[in-house]
Write a protein that binds this ligand. Structure first.
Ligand code: C2E
Ligand code: MG
Ligand code: MG
Length: 719
């Protein structure tokens, strides 16, 4: 691996030639020093005389001297060792130190000769000093050449780096106020070398106005010495009129007093990095479809709003949680592409209607949220919410088709001193659900009672979870099935039962499904609950079929939930339960509500046909209360329409109800379906229905929902 160049490290000959092999680094300069010192040593030897020196070193030096050696010889010996020693040492020293040593040697020698004169000792002075001086001169010359070579080399390297670098370079001479911009710097802005001058304005005048102030502050800070280096990201105007993001980094060159005289730096184009950052930021905090802030983005705004109102003048803000009513129907009937366009249109309408201080966000699906920046009180917020409803109630034009929307709105006001944005959202959402529960297209302000209700609901949810789990382990039997007979109106003979779930709550007593089914649907508990119901109902029907073999056509009606339809493998699971309980498919009738079927029409038509292929019968429950597409109704393999009890209840009172029942009957018969009237409470109703050729009836007039034993007795009586 190559050793990176380190300007602080003294390079030796090898490293120098490796860095720049083309440069003529003569070995002469680097060998000169040892040669010079060796010469010094050789001269000393010659002067002393080789024989004498050997004698001194080997014989006289080792044994006691018989005769004193001449002082001059001693001095030459000293000189010899000093020469060899300093030659070896000097090699390792820096240039400055080499010179110092040689100078010291010159001075020391001169001083020594002067000191010895009074004693009558004469030592050679000129020759050694000349030699030391000459060595020093040579060392200095070597240093000059070395520096020159290094400089050339570093300049070449710098030029190569500048040419090869993707960064632009700038060098600002603060004394002359001129800037050298490298060709690459200019090219980054779409200019040729000669097209830009060396004025600082070439840079500063191109900085985006929003970034200029910060850039100036960063430069000034660094020049004042407040920062260790200068670094700033800003947009620069490109020749093509667009702005490019640049990262500029630099360092001031200071004089002895610390005053900056130059600032040198580089510039990197970071536009694509900024774009990626921006995309990441957008995808994290903005909704792709509508370009509105998403939930995390909205929470950021809420957090700011909460902080703002902590300080005077304290104002109130409101959060509106909007949910489009029946959006799913639009999505399923017109297709998700139109659904998406509708959501975009809603977002545009909201943005156009609300002030720029208000924030509109998409919280997911068909839910939006609005932060009303300043409201007086709850009434003010309600007024705004109603206006939003009016604005969204105007028809949307989708490919020449007018689509109407209504919206339910929940409102939470900041005046109740929230500190967590999530709590505000939670309460606005709770209020929205309350608005939905009261009927759609309403708005509702959150109050504490709603939270209490939520807590109660949560507790109930936990209890239901436990009750379902216990059923699975056959422990306590809090969940029970009741069976309500369905009779043929002509003969009053029972043809089947509808299985209706009851919950024997340990504290609250028997709970009707209306109390917990919607909660189970919201929480997903409906899935395990529904499978339990289906299994128990099928098992019971199998027992009845065995006990009453003369009634082989009895059916057990089981209510299906929407969520069961959205799970994959529905048919397989139902078939598995039929197999487990040994019940024939023809003895099972599944009840689905109109909305359940119509909202998923395209998706479930195949499932319905599959179920029918196993002999399973299908009924539409509470018919007349929802919205039905007649074309779909004709395509679905439905056996029975169950007329909702709200019509049956009124057939003796309201001619409208009577007509509706008559129409449903005609429709069903035309489509080859039979009809069950729900909620028959009086003999008059039963007779009227019979008169209109309604096949079956179900209601308190015939029997209430009965527990298993009572239902068995009911069948017994039929015998
Ligand atoms: P549904 O399927 O329409 O069931 C008929 C409801 O009408 C039952 O209420 C029944 O007790 C009631 N009913 C029957 N005859 C009369 C009558 O003459 N007059 C009046 N006023 N009401 C009558 P229930 O048992 O409270 O069930 C209410 C709803 O709960 C059911 O309506 C059904 O939608 C749902 N449900 C009940 N059990 C289940 C279940 O096991 N699974 C699912 N997914 N939903 C269920
Ligand atoms: Mg039903
Ligand atoms: Mg019903």
């Amino acid at each position: 691996m190559r050793t990176p160049f380190n300007p602080n490290k003294f390079p030796n000959r090898d490293s120098l030639s490796r860095f720049c092999p083309r440069l003529p680094v003569s070995s002469f300069w680097w060998s000169f020093l040892p040669i010079a010192t060796a010469t010094l040593a050789v001269i000393s030897l010659l002067k002393l005389g080789v024989c004498q020196a050997l004698e001194v070193l080997t014989y006289q030096g080792l044994f006691l001297l018989q005769e004193p050696i001449h002082l001059q010889s001693w001095l030459w010996i000293v000189l010899l060792f000093v020469g060899i020693g300093s030659g070896g040492m000097l090699q390792r020293l820096r240039f400055r130190d080499q010179l110092s040593v040689l100078l010291l040697l010159c001075l020391g020698w001169g001083l020594l000769s002067l000191t010895l004169v009074p004693y009558g000792v004469k030592i050679p002075v000129v020759t050694p000093i000349l030699l030391f001086g000459l060595s020093g001169g040579m060392v200095a010359l070597a240093e000059v050449v070395r520096t020159y070579l290094l400089l050339r080399q570093s300049e070449e390297r710098y030029a190569l780096a500048v040419r090869g670098s993707s960064e632009g370079l700038w060098d600002w001479n603060l004394r002359t106020d001129r800037v050298y911009f490298s060709p690459r710097w200019k090219e980054m802005l779409g200019y040729l070398e000669h097209q830009l001058s060396d004025s600082p304005q070439e840079w500063l005048s191109r900085v985006h106005p929003a970034d200029l102030e910060l850039l100036k502050v960063a430069i000034a800070d660094h020049l004042r010495g407040n920062t260790s280096h200068f670094e700033n990201e800003h947009r620069l105007l490109h020749q093509n009129g667009t702005h490019r993001w640049m990262l500029s980094r630099g360092l001031a060159v200071r004089n002895r007093e610390g005053k900056a005289e130059r600032m040198v730096g580089s510039q990197t184009d970071i536009t694509s990095r900024k774009q990626t950052e921006e995309e990441l930021w957008r995808s994290a905090f903005f909704d792709k479809l509508t370009n509105l802030p998403n939930r995390p983005g909205f929470i950021n705004y809420l957090r700011q709003a909460i902080t703002r109102i902590q300080h005077p003048p304290m104002t109130v803000f409101a959060v509106l949680w909007l949910d489009l009513d029946r959006f799913k129907v639009v999505n399923n009937s017109l297709g998700s592409a139109i659904g998406d366009r509708l959501l975009i249109a809603v977002s545009q309408r909201l943005r156009a209607f609300l002030s720029s201080d208000d924030v509109t966000a998409r919280m997911g699906g068909d839910e939006f949220a609005v932060l009303l920046d300043q409201v007086q009180d709850a009434n003010d917020a309600i007024r705004m919410a109603e206006r939003v409803q009016q604005v969204l109630a105007l028809p949307f034009n989708m490919d020449g088709r007018e689509v109407f929307l209504t919206v339910s709105i929940g409102i939470a006001l900041s005046s109740t001193h929230y500190t967590d944005p999530e709590h505000l959202l939670r309460d606005a959402d709770t209020a929205m659900h309350r608005a939905k529960a009261h009927g759609r297209a309403r708005c509702q302000v959150f109050d504490k009672a709603m939270r209490t209700r939520m807590v109660v609901k949560l507790l109930l949810e936990n209890d239901l979870r436990r009750a379902i789990a216990q059923e699975a382990y056959d422990k306590t039997h809090e969940l029970q099935l009741y069976y309500q007979p369905i009779v043929r109106l002509v003969t009053r003979q029972v043809v089947g039962f509808e299985a209706l779930v009851r919950w024997q709550h340990p504290e609250q007593g028997i709970l009707s499904p209306t109390k917990f089914i919607s909660m189970a649907e919201e929480t997903g508990l409906i899935i395990p609950l529904s499978w339990w119901v289906l299994r128990a109902a099928c098992r019971q029907m199998r027992q009845w079929l065995q006990a009453f073999p003369n009634q082989p056509f009895l059916t057990i009606n089981v209510n299906l939930s929407t969520q069961q339809f959205s799970m994959s493998g529905l048919t397989e699971y139902i078939c598995q339960i039929l197999e487990e309980t040994e019940l024939d498919g023809t003895n099972l009738k599944l009840e689905m509500t109109e909305s359940m079927v119509m909202e998923n029409a395209a998706a479930i038509v195949a499932v319905l046909h599959q179920l029918r292929s196993f002999g399973i019968q299908l009924a539409i429950d509470d018919f007349g209360t929802g919205y039905s597409s007649l074309s779909y109704l004709a395509r679905f393999p439905i056996n029975t329409l169950k007329i909702d009890r709200s019509f049956v209840r009124n057939i003796g009172i309201s001619s409208d109800s009577l007509e509706i029942v008559r129409t449903i009957l005609a429709l069903a018969h035309n489509l080859g379906m039979d009809v069950t009237a729900e909620g028959v409470e009086t003999p008059e109703q039963a007779n009227q229905l019979l008169g209109m050729h309604c096949e079956y009836g179900q209601g308190y007039f015939f029997a209430q929902p009965l527990d298993a034993d009572a239902a068995t007795n009911f069948l017994e009586q039929q015998k």
